[in-house]
Design a protein around this ligand. Structure first.
Ligand SMILES: [Zn+2]
Length: 75
């Protein structure tokens, strides 16, 4: 089973981490962690206002970056 997220999977399959689907299913205040092998994406978090944040591990430090849900769609 591959563990790449939908932003970096070279050959996206159902086994991969579908960021758009995770973000869609998150309830406000909830977060979901995953472990992408291909990039620094580690967490998705939805705040109480429904804003989505993508947690990345950058130089060993976790950073939460605001994203629009449309940006998580597979291009
Ligand atoms: Zn990735």
């Amino acid at each position: 089973m591959s563990e790449f997220c939908s932003q970096c999977s070279p050959n996206f399959t159902v086994d991969d981490i579908n960021l758009f689907e995770i973000a869609t299913n998150l309830k406000p205040g909830q977060s979901e962690s995953f472990n992408c092998q291909g990039c620094n994406n580690r967490t998705l978090f939805k705040d109480e206002d429904g804003n989505i944040y993508l947690g990345k591990l950058i130089d060993g430090i976790g950073k939460l970056l605001p994203v629009k849900i449309e940006e998580l769609k597979r291009v």
